[in-house]
Design a protein around this ligand. Structure first.
Ligand code: ACM
Ligand code: ZN
Length: 671
């Protein structure tokens, strides 16, 4: 590697930064590049200078048109063309905003003030030629590069940063990209942007993240933090799962009972699904809800960050918190508690009685207030996992089927959805439902959220309905993200790689019906916000790229590099995230004689896996996995694995028992 001669080169900090980018020096060399002009007298020094300049030139030329390593933005922009040089931010830099239509300025005021705080420069509305460097934000009316409603262009040269967009959302997203070019913490002499031309716009209009606040309650401030974290990665829909069996979380002023009873359950700690039901006299003191004022505050918070909030009121099933508040609304009319996380599904009727008119009177109040509170077009009405057996046995439901000429309980569900849809249509809203909404036929306005794989979404698109893809194996953020032996208890598996390699448009499906996709953070196994972050990041980084970046910009190795850079930002912001991507993935199979075979892997490139069968802790002196199937030696009962990169430990060591692996091999998927 070319090494400059210590202390004498006539280069300034810009050259240092450029050299650092090009990989010809690192942080330890920084002191070499003092910004002092030195007269070159000695021809040895001259030779070194010429070599150095040539090296910079070569690196710059080679980087044009290549995947850009030193512009690290997630999600990857549509087009980046790296240029030589950097734009420095200091007291000689002016931040100035202009708009061809001044009405647009109000829409971007918030994001500009945040940006000006982040870079430490006051915002002005008048360009001042005495500043040698300008960051110019322009809201424009034309769109020659077709960047659309959310896209932007960025020109960065040594004297000018020019961010142009037609809409507030484009400006906001462009500013997120700029902020990602700054070092974590945004301080010090390295406050500078690499020079480049960037053109960027999203692949999908719907780029959502769902937070389930029913199974566990998250405070107003935690919800705001969730929204803040989404915004950096250009997500634009916050899907708020506000009701379920385990808690009703939004104030409905005409139905105070809903939050008096439905928002509270007995407190339990441990493994969800096995919790003890509330005992006689035990207080229901775990929970909470958002007042309508809280909701309005969160809506404004989201709107400032160009995020639409989609509320979900999950009916007709998953409704035990509603039924606990109004026991006459289920088929059995039994009195239930708000469920604290017990196994119950087929024993308690958590579905509303569709034969009971009171159900529609209550839901009319609920959805009328929800429609008035939330300004967006869509209201999610759930409709997932309806257990329909109680409807079959219920005299009221049976009567409804008779009078409405409904052949079966699927059609009864469809009758229910139609009534809710028409209530919401009267308030100017469209409904979204999980893919069970297809059962009994799709109602006219329904958008389908496909979670049980992609088939439901494909069928809905075939029927010319809009679709949001959330197939659980790729987008459910409550699943294990690595081997369960080193992860907090949950279910299923969705690695960072699974999330990244997801394509929301399955082959043969008309892409014009696919609005986009969502990551879903169900919270049965997420008792606090730190753990919500752990489950979200970095998988939601992968999803942000799936939903925003063009398919041809996807590149796993490049993504992992950017994720590792982003970890530094998450560290600086004290945001929790999982490092599970560095852990060994253990895959099992059986040979033709039913002998167990084990294959090891790791999602991160360049990672070596070491293993032992003898209960010792593996290190770089242990056998290194070579890609071939492993068999347990006679007498061995456990496998221990550990990952290293360039000899440095990166993952977590764990142990898997032979019996467990045999079970995994028999029951696909592995866990
Ligand atoms: C769901 O996961 N039940 C939508
Ligand atoms: Zn009924």
């Amino acid at each position: 590697m070319f090494r400059p001669i210590r202390g004498i080169l006539p280069v300034n900090i810009t050259a240092y930064l450029r050299a650092k980018e090009s990989g010809i020096c690192d942080d330890r060399d920084r002191w070499i590049y003092r910004p002092v002009p030195v007269i070159i007298k000695n021809c040895r020094y001259m030779k070194a200078t010429v070599l150095f300049v040539f090296a910079i030139f070569l690196c710059s030329v080679l980087s044009w048109g290549q995947p850009v390593q030193n512009i690290q933005i997630i999600p990857q922009p549509v087009n980046i063309s790296l240029k030589p040089g950097r734009f420095l931010i200091d007291r000689h830099t002016q931040l100035v905003v202009t708009a061809e239509d001044s009405k647009q300025l109000a829409g971007i005021a918030f994001s500009l003030s945040r940006f000006s705080q982040s870079v430490g420069i006051h915002l002005s509305q008048k360009s001042d030629a005495s500043f040698p460097r300008q960051i110019r934000i322009q809201v424009v009316t034309d769109d020659p590069l077709h960047t659309g409603e959310e896209g932007y262009t960025l020109h960065i040269s040594p004297s000018l940063v020019l961010l142009k967009a037609r809409r507030a959302a484009g400006i906001f997203h462009g500013l997120q990209s700029l902020l990602q070019l700054l070092p974590p913490g945004h301080t010090g002499e390295s406050m500078s942007f690499p020079c480049a031309e960037i053109i960027d716009y999203p692949r999908f209009a719907w780029r959502g993240l769902m937070l389930d606040v029913s199974r566990h309650f998250f405070t107003k401030n935690e919800v705001k933090k969730f929204i803040d974290e989404m915004a950096r990665y250009k997500f634009n829909v916050f899907h708020w799962h506000l009701s379920d069996d385990n808690g009703w979380r939004v104030e409905i002023r005409s139905l105070p009972q809903l939050t008096k009873t439905g928002a509270w359950r007995v407190s339990r700690t441990g493994t969800w699904g096995n919790f003890q039901p509330g005992q006689p006299g035990e207080p229901a003191d775990y929970g909470g809800y958002y007042t309508q004022d809280d909701v309005r505050e969160i809506l404004q918070y989201a709107q400032q960050r160009c995020i639409t909030v989609v509320p979900e009121i999950d009916v007709p099933a998953h409704s035990l918190s509603l039924i606990a508040s109004f026991p006459n609304l289920s088929c059995t009319q039994l009195k239930y508690q708000v469920n604290p996380g017990t196994a119950f599904y087929t024993k308690e009727d958590n579905a509303l009685c569709i034969g009971n008119d009171s159900v529609f009177l209550v839901l009319d109040k609920v959805f009328t207030e929800i429609a008035a509170l939330f300004p967006g077009t869509y209201v999610h009405i759930g409709c997932d996992e309806p257990y329909k057996e109680f409807w079959k046995r219920c005299p009221k439901c049976q009567k409804r089927m008779l009078t409405e000429h409904l052949k079966n309980v699927d059609e009864l569900q469809n009758y229910f959805v139609k009534r809710i849809e028409s209530t919401l249509r009267a308030h100017g809203k469209k409904i979204i439902g999980w893919d069970e909404i297809l059962e009994g036929g799709l109602t006219p306005d329904a958008t389908v959220m496909s979670w049980r794989g992609m088939n439901g979404g494909q069928e809905a698109a075939r029927q010319k309905h809009q679709v949001i893809m959330t197939p659980s194996a790729f987008t459910y953020l409550d699943l294990y993200q690595g081997d369960p032996n080193v992860e907090p208890n949950t279910y299923g598996l969705c690695t960072l790689g699974n999330a990244y390699h997801f394509d929301p448009v399955p082959e043969g499906t008309n892409p014009s019906y696919i609005l986009g996709g969502e990551g879903a953070l169900w919270s049965e196994s997420i008792p606090n916000f730190r753990h919500a972050e752990y489950m979200m990041w970095p998988r939601a980084l992968a999803l942000s790229e799936v939903f925003w970046s063009p398919k041809n910009a996807h590149n796993w190795n490049g993504f992992i590099g950017r994720v590792e850079t982003e970890f530094k930002y998450l560290d600086a912001e004290k945001i929790n995230y999982a490092k599970s991507m560095y852990n060994t993935l253990v895959k099992t199979s059986l040979d033709k004689n039913a002998n167990l075979l084990v294959r090891l892997g790791c999602d991160v490139p360049g990672v070596d896996i070491f293993y032992t069968f003898d209960d010792t802790n593996p290190d770089t002196f242990s056998p290194q996995y070579n890609g071939k199937d492993l068999s347990f030696p006679k007498g061995a009962t456990q496998l221990k694995v550990m990952t290293y990169r360039k000899g440095i430990p990166v993952g977590r060591q764990f142990r898997v028992l032979l019996d467990e692996l045999r079970m995994r091999a028999k029951s696909k998927p592995d866990f």
